[in-house]
Design a protein. Structure first.
Length: 143
């Protein structure tokens, strides 16, 4: 039997709150999705002023990162350079835009954060902020 760390709903909400606080401090609007290690949604936020298309984009960035075990931007760069090719990146929900960041603990991808509605470098920054919180969750393990 293997023991592995998993994100709980309260962890996902804490990530959402941290990103939301930073968005509010900067008076920015975005969609933020947190998913588990399979890419399935745990928590989601669309702030006031965020455009509707950002909803699906944030969720799909969060879906892509753990499924491919890499930031969504790197998947897109690999495809653009010809190093990686699968129709629609292997699934209709896969995206190659920056803003999907895996949450990694002990070399294992346990979830991801997807952010949309901002410039790519800002979406990446916010997603990395959320993903960096894994160190605060290190005591939560399930079998």
């Amino acid at each position: 039997m293997m023991t592995r760390m998993t994100l709980e709903h309260r962890d996902a909400v804490a990530i959402i709150e941290r990103v939301r606080d930073r968005l509010e401090d900067r008076n920015q609007a975005a969609a933020v999705a947190v998913c588990d290690g399979h890419g399935e949604l745990i928590a989601f936020l669309r702030t006031d002023g965020c455009r509707l298309p950002s909803i699906d984009v944030a969720m799909n960035k969060a879906f892509t990162a753990p499924r491919q075990r890499t930031p969504s931007k790197e998947l897109g760069e690999s495809a653009a350079s010809g190093q990686f090719f699968v129709s629609n990146y292997g699934g209709l929900r896969y995206l190659g835009w920056g803003g999907g960041v895996p949450i990694v603990h002990d070399d294992e991808v346990i979830g991801a954060v997807g952010v949309s509605g901002l410039r790519q470098h800002e979406a990446i920054e916010y997603a990395e902020l959320g993903a960096s919180m894994v160190t605060e969750f290190a005591g939560t393990e399930t079998t």
